[in-house]
Design a protein around this ligand. Sequence first.
Ligand code: ADP
Length: 332
Amino acid sequence: MSGELSPQVAANELGFEGALRPATLDEFVGQSKVRRQLRLLLDAATIQQRTPDHILLAGPPGLGKTTLSMIVAAELDKPLHQTSGPAIQHAGDLAAVLSALTPGEVLFIDEIHRMARSAEEMLYLAMEDFKIDIMVGKGAGATSIPLELAPFTLVGATTRAGLLPNPLRDRFGFTAHLEFYDEDELSHVVQRAAGLLGFDVAAAGVSEIAGRSRGTPRIANRLLRRVRDYSLVHGTPGDVEAVHAALTLYDVDAHGLDRLDREVLRAVVERFGGGPVGLSTLAVSVGEEAETIEAVVEPFLVRAGLLSRTPRGRVATRRGWEHTGIPIPDAL
Ligand code: ADP
């Protein structure tokens, strides 16, 4: 998935994203329940002078999981070590990270569902007892040497909580399910980011950007940046006309659906008569990986009321049909 509406981060955006990240729980917009839950968890640990329970953050990309991990470390006033599931291919990779942690450090593992199985087993013990067993040697002469770790807090992030093995999921004291943001919250995100960028956007322009951001702060910030480019190049103010012109240029539709969202919806309607169609068949028909469809595209289409998941497969809703502009057959 690529383009302005992809909720995944592009390499050239890292600096820009960093500049816009809220630094404290109070600055973090929306997700009020998760914020209150986290606040309680952190405050209780501080009072008891211990490390907080391990935290699992689940939800689609771009909703603030990395940001929250940074906030947890900042609120605890402890250093943060960031890594990701795909970077941990062997138990040894994880052992190197764990053994270097300082007392109370926060370890963030993004895409934790993609970590190697052998490392997962090492992580169980580390999470529970702050210990690991390091294997030395091979074959009959191999021995395991126990190693004590500094107490740490693991913050795991996943777009697919269902893929985590139960023993791993059970070792998190708290799981936060991040939800898509509503338009008011996204307006707040846009306003805050515009302030930080020193770019003045009219209120109507702010809501227009919020309405087309797929419920996702990362996309809201990115669209804001395109509007700012537009105003800069054309010497216009950040009014609603500039927003329309910029977003039309980048092919962002009025509901905030992007190319892949539209393709998936069209495929269900046009090629499979509105469904039901299985995930893998659907993925092949649009030339994308099933994981991307399931973790990135579907949650938003379902939330927008355009698609539903049934035990027999994916089905386009009436609204979904209407969105494609293809007439609904009488038989449906
Ligand atoms: P994830 O790790 O879930 O993919 P990130 O934490 O990297 O998402 O967030 C993506 C971008 O969106 C960041 O630049 C961050 O500044 C912004 N963002 C995310 N959540 C919020 C929020 N609640 N309030 C303000 N900005 C946010």
